[in-house]
Ligand binder design. Structure first.
Ligand code: GTP
Length: 252
């Protein structure tokens, strides 16, 4: 099968750890071998123990105590420390030539949107021969507020542009969206965002001085037609399998 991995990204609370747990359980049930790589030094509990864990290299608490950093600064320090000690990760990865890695990332979106940290991490995996796919998660509750949805879509686009890897976007927590909404036409405008349909909402929710900016951002979404979302309901096996059937994963 070769070396493959999914880099699971998204804002804090978007459902990254739950996505990873769901994928791993689903893969185990369908006799596919996957391993969890935890990249979040602040992570607490996992349903499936990570096979590789940044917390075995460096502890967020130690950094906060010893360097007197706050949680965000300490997290960036931990990831930069990882990048300076990639031989540790290469040793840890040594035994997984033919398996599939699911990488649970921290929720600080600056790691994907403007720091080069994740880009360097991706470059490292690619040098080791991994095919790296990006999975960017957005909480489906954002569809209730078009300003949040637009902001989330911008951060998904930034991650796509920064990382330059095959990429899908996933709307998580679809079990919390009402059946009525799911069956309506209205939901379609979020799966495949069309700014002309969203712009009116957005302008109603923002002051007039931002309308030109809204329109410019909308054009960016339309012209590049880069962002679409796959809905994920973790309670439905078909929905989970559908994500894995995406061509970028090539994982049958
Ligand atoms: N109902 C429902 N709740 C979910 C789903 N995914 C995640 N949650 C809940 O949302 C909260 C955040 O989920 P996590 O998986 O921890 O999110 P995360 O992105 O890993 O969060 P950080 O590690 O803080 O960045 C938890 O309370 C989860 O139980 C889902 O598909 N459906």
């Amino acid at each position: 099968m070769g070396k493959k991995c999914q880099l699971v990204m998204g804002p804090a609370g978007s459902g990254k750890s739950t996505y990873c747990e769901t994928m791993i359980t689903h893969c185990q049930n369908s006799k596919r071998t996957v391993h969890l790589l935890n990249l979040d030094p602040a992570a607490e509990n996992f349903l499936h123990d990570p096979t590789i864990d940044i917390r075995n290299l460096i502890s967020l608490e130690d950094v906060m105590t010893e360097l007197q950093y706050g949680p965000n600064g300490a997290l960036i320090y931990c990831l930069e420390y990882l990048l300076e000690n990639l031989d540790w990760l290469e040793d840890e990865l040594g035994n997984f030539d033919d398996d599939y890695l699911i990488i649970d990332c921290p929720g600080q979106i600056e790691l994907y949107t403007h720091f080069p940290i994740m880009r360097r991490f991706v470059d490292f995996l690619q040098k080791l021969g991994y095919m790296v796919c990006g999975v960017y998660l957005l909480d489906s509750q954002f569809i209730q507020d078009t300003t949040k949805f637009f902001a989330g879509t911008m951060s998904a686009m930034s991650a796509m542009i920064q990382l330059e890897i095959p990429h899908i976007n996933v709307l998580t927590k679809m079990d919390l969206v009402s059946e009525k909404m799911k069956e309506s036409q209205e939901i379609e405008r979020f799966y495949d965002p069309d700014s002309s349909l969203l712009l009116e909402d957005l302008n109603n929710l923002t002051k007039p001085k931002f309308h030109a900016l809204n329109e410019a951002l909308g054009r960016l979404i339309d012209e590049y037609n880069m962002v679409s979302y796959i809905p994920l309901n973790i309670l439905e096996e078909d929905s989970v399998e559908y994500i894995l059937s995406q061509y970028i994963f090539s994982f049958k």
